[in-house]
Design a protein around this ligand. Structure first.
Ligand SMILES: [Zn+2]
Length: 365
């Protein structure tokens, strides 16, 4: 049996909520963490029809890409569609979870799935996230340096891009005088001691800080562990907005646009003027990605596939870049499969179903 808390902890491992944008509301929005999960319905958005589907299929959790609550509410009443669905979800004990921009900003999230379906290879983050990296420096007696370093790596520290077990180590001398009530690992009470130590430095994303510090204190031999924590401004290569990748075989602009229509199941595309060049390097951002147009151009993309592009964004696009508005729903639709696949692997003890409700509010005629 798994609780909603178990499910939520597993989703945090997939894409931690700390990765979400400031305006977002990803997370467990409604729910009792202690309840046992009877089944999960994965949906793109949540509307009343999706809640009805969850009730009919005995799923007490709905996981959606878009958060059902985005702005603060002053009333939850049956007067509005959102109020009705929230009341219905609460009455039927259905938890609502959103995996939104935290999944957008993940190396294996929304854009990875979009890029993979389009057929791009060597995908990397287009605009890397900044300011979420921390550094720990701890001072360890030489005899215990290997043990402490290994424990830090095991707890998730020391990952930089495609490298793990990254650390910097400097030897030096630590001094301390133990108080009369202390129980020193080395040295004597009330007498200054000089100990050969190693300063071990490792980086980690800020959301695993608690576990990193706990593990360090557990394996460090000193009664009072000396350590420093630094906030870094560095980018993290594996997290951020949009992605960029390449086609193994370049294609003409027209075949690229036809290919997009077929893969995304969209009948029409909005795009900037065609220039006759071949499309080889493609930037992508599922959903509203206009803010990345300049970054896509600067990264050498021939085309940028996104959605919700305004008239003036088309107008201001650098001429060498083909910008394609391929629909918000269409560019993010594969997120549902990504979530369902992940949870099916992790939780064989309950059903993970994909919603049959098409929540796309946009029609093409
Ligand atoms: Zn979206």
């Amino acid at each position: 049996m798994s609780t909603i808390n178990d499910l939520w902890n597993s989703l945090c491992k997939l894409a931690h909520p700390s990765l979400q944008e400031d305006y977002d509301n990803s997370g467990l929005i409604i729910g009792d963490r202690q309840e046992t999960v009877t089944g999960v319905l994965v949906s793109f958005d949540v509307n009343e029809a999706v809640v009805d589907e969850a009730i009919a299929k005995h799923c007490n959790v709905i996981i959606a890409h878009h958060p059902v609550l985005f702005r603060p509410l002053k009333q939850i009443t049956s007067d509005t569609p959102n109020g009705r669905l929230l009341l219905k979800a609460i009455r039927h004990n259905i938890a609502l979870v959103a995996m939104h921009t935290n999944l957008d900003n993940h190396l294996q999230g929304v854009n990875y799935e979009l890029g993979r379906r389009i057929g791009l290879s060597n995908l990397s983050i287009l605009s890397q996230i900044e300011g979420k990296l921390r550094k720990l420096a701890t001072f360890v007696p030489q005899s215990h340096a290997d043990e402490v370093r290994s424990a830090l790596f095991e707890a998730g520290a020391g990952n930089i891009g495609q490298y793990d077990s990254c650390s910097f180590n400097t030897s030096g001398t630590g001094t301390f005088k133990a108080g009369l009530q202390a129980n020193p690992f080395v040295g004597e009470r009330d007498k200054i001691h000089f100990e050969p130590e190693v300063r071990i430095e490792v980086v980690y994303p800020q959301w695993i800080e608690k576990q990193i510090v706990e593990v360090m204190k557990k394996v460090h031999p000193y009664e009072e562990v000396a350590y420093d924590i630094y906030q870094l401004q560095n980018e993290i290569p594996v997290f951020g907005a949009g992605m960029i990748g390449n086609f193994d075989t370049p294609m003409t602009e027209n075949s690229f646009l036809s290919h997009l229509k077929a893969v995304l199941g969209i009948p029409v595309l909005k795009h900037t003027s065609l220039s006759g060049k071949m499309i080889s390097r493609v930037a992508i951002c599922g959903g509203s990605g206009s803010f990345l147009i300049r970054k896509a151009s600067a990264s050498g993309a021939d085309a940028f596939v996104t959605a919700d592009v305004k008239y003036h964004d088309f107008f201001d696009t650098p001429s060498r870049l083909l910008v394609v508005d391929a629909g918000h729903y269409e560019t993010e639709q594969f997120t549902v499969q990504l979530l369902a696949y992940y949870l099916t692997e992790k939780f064989p003890n309950f059903a993970v179903l994909i919603s049959e409700v098409n929540t796309n509010p946009v029609y093409y005629t």
